[in-house]
Ligand binder design. Structure first.
Ligand SMILES: Cc1cc2nc3c(=O)[nH]c(=O)nc-3n(C[C@H](O)[C@H](O)[C@H](O)COP(=O)(O)OP(=O)(O)OC[C@H]3O[C@@H](n4cnc5c(N)ncnc54)[C@H](O)[C@@H]3O)c2cc1C
Length: 396
């Protein structure tokens, strides 16, 4: 036996599971195909938005509350702040649209605070945004920004200090349960563990049984960076991380951590990646044109030509909820993946709840909504992949 627990993929989620499980008895070993915090993974692009008032549903409130606590703890352990709440998070959406209704009901259920800003107040407080007729602002004071690479590297350092080890491999290509243990393979090499967690992000599909693999797809998410005409107007603290869903506009963004630029995404819908190895990391001319046009129209204080642009992968599930739990078809194998473009903010809480689940304790936050067995439910199988554009639609 090479150890008690193997974590396949030491990225966003895997690094948090490694950290939390390294505090428990037994040996834990992480395996990564690149290295933790590689810019080729869903950790790439420097920062992610954190929100407590979360329209995706109150089922996330426990994970978010635990994450807020653990991001602070991890930052304090490593000596560098990971969660920066100094700017809060702003949502701009259409008054009385579906978005505002679900955000309000989810915030009410989880007790998250937010301020409603009528159009004049929205314009006065955040003049960087072009406010459209019918727009409303919702300000989440506990929202903010997460430093992605620092979070992952800190978690790995903490785990190593607690006795965990991390192997950089060619990539694990098979997970094979045997009688009472699990074998994992990378080319000619193999290892055996009592239990194994699959947390390989967009690449997890290749390791899942067909029954789950057919309900997940890697998606390509685009980021663009823009320079501002007056940098002081777009500094963290003055220009909050934002999510905009008003009229025909979908967009999110944040100041960069060094304060020099604004990073934007969501303008083009994420699209299915057919072959991860051949994924286009660049933006196409059409994608760049759409991004430039959106900036020109909605953020007049930015110069409307991207100075940096890159695409990153994440794993989407059919119903846009994560996939977390034991896989009954593979005894000893647990999965934590499929975060569908929203997993960073909750990763620390997921790491804690998964660890408790692995050790047979009740998870500290609700993860039942994410259990793999839901893919036996015809209502779930009817879902249409949310915002993910299918590969067929792109090639048409
Ligand atoms: C551009 C972009 C913007 C986003 N914005 C936000 C946001 O603002 N807020 C938010 O909460 N979420 C956001 N998300 C979503 C969030 O970043 C992801 O859901 C989350 O990071 C996914 O984490 P993961 O652990 O599943 O995958 P990853 O972090 O990608 O980790 C997977 C790891 O597995 C490794 N690996 C792959 N294959 C193998 C293998 N065969 N063997 C061993 N190791 C392997 C990889 O090298 C990697 O280290 C965004 C995502 C993207 C891409």
């Amino acid at each position: 036996m090479d150890g008690d627990l193997a974590v396949i993929g030491v990225g966003t989620t895997g690094s948090m599971i490694l950290w939390r499980s390294s505090l428990r008895p037994g040996s834990v070993v992480g395996f990564d195909a690149t290295y933790p915090a590689s810019d080729h993974t869903a950790v790439g692009g420097d920062s992610r938005m954190f929100r407590m008032a979360y329209k995706e549903g109150s089922q996330y409130s426990g994970l978010l509350a635990n994450s807020e606590r653990l991001w602070k703890e991890l930052g304090a352990l490593g000596g560098t702040r990971i969660l920066d709440q100094s700017g809060g998070a702003l949502t701009i959406t259409t008054d009385d649209g579906d978005y505002v209704r679900s955000l309000r009901s989810s915030a009410r259920a989880s007790g998250a605070d937010f301020e409603t800003l009528q159009p004049d107040e929205l314009r006065r407080r955040f003049p960087q945004h072009e406010v459209l007729p019918g727009d409303l602002g919702l300000f989440d004071p506990r929202g903010g920004l997460l430093r992605t690479d620092v979070a992952v590297l800190n978690a790995v350092e903490q785990a190593k200090a607690n006795g965990a080890t991390v192997h950089q491999t060619r990539g694990i290509d098979a997970v094979v349960p045997q009688d009472g243990f699990v074998e994992i393979h990378s080319g000619q090499q193999s290892w055996t563990f009592k239990r194994v967690v699959i947390s390989a992000g967009a690449w997890s599909r290749d390791l899942l049984p067909k029954r789950y693999a057919e309900h997940v797809k890697p998606g390509r998410i685009l980021l663009t960076w823009f320079s501002s005409r007056e940098p002081a107007n777009f500094e963290n603290g003055r220009f909050p991380a934002f999510m905009r869903d008003s009229g025909d506009v979908h967009m999110w963004g944040a100041p960069t951590l060094d304060g020099n630029m604004v990073k934007l995404g969501g303008i083009c819908r994420p699209n299915e990646i057919v072959d991860l190895d051949a994924m286009n990391r660049e933006l196409t001319p059409a994608e760049l044109d759409d991004s430039h046009a959106a900036v020109d129209r909605l953020l007049p204080g930015l110069m409307p030509v991207a100075v940096r642009a890159k695409a990153y992968p994440d794993l989407y599930t059919r119903d846009a909820q994560p996939l977390i739990g034991w896989l009954p078809e593979l005894p000893g194998v647990y999965v934590a993946t499929g975060f569908s473009g929203k997993g960073f903010k909750m990763a620390a809480g997921v790491g804690e709840s998964v660890t408790r689940d692995l050790f047979g304790e009740p998870p500290s936050a609700n993860i039942d909504f994410a259990r793999p067995h839901r893919f036996a439910d015809p209502a779930v199988l009817d879902q249409s992949w949310g915002r993910l554009v299918s590969a067929e639609r792109i090639s048409r």
